[in-house]
Design a protein around this ligand. Sequence first.
Ligand SMILES: [Zn+2]
Length: 224
Amino acid sequence: MSASAMLGPVTTGRPARARTHRRPRSRILLVLLALVAVAAVVGVAVVVVPMLRPAGPRPLFQMPVACGETWQLSTYPGHDDYDVDFFPVEGETWGRPVLASYAGTVTVAGVNGSLGGRTPENPEGPRGRGGGYWVKIDHGGTWETQYLHLLEPPLVEVGQKVAQGEQIGKLGSTGNSGAPHLHYEQRRGWEKVETYFDGEPSGITTDEREQILRRVSNNCPAGS
Ligand SMILES: [Zn+2]
């Protein structure tokens, strides 16, 4: 039989359905399935599609600490590639202002894991799990920054717009933290990337060995 013959008028020969005998239960099931399908499509559209967009240009991130201060940036075996721990070189560590690296919208402001009990009054208190009090900021173009182990509940809330240099929390030791410090990450899309500050890479790209370096923050008010 030729292809054109197959494309001729089609009759299925299927008898007309006796719709009156269809049970309502199957209709409810179909509606539920349709709702689930719609929810799945919306979920993919809202969560996955934005992550698949090509990344925008790297924002001009600044160190998450006060303008002009020198801080130690470090990592250690078992940390995670690209993760950076910040310790001040001078002055009190507890409660130091933690600043937004760049303008953006807060997407997380809460507790990761558990807080534990490490405070300025009891620095060797029980260790928590995970990041403790933490903040995540969306900078657009799939770029994000994360700030962990804050001392107290973050000073910002989800959905809030923050400016570069705005204080988002205080440095602490909540979560799985050995000593007061700020654990910091920059992410592009799904993955962590090497941290850049003031347009310069930090050089911390692996946790295969301990690394300690010093940098001066240029997270300064505009126009200064
Ligand atoms: Zn860390």
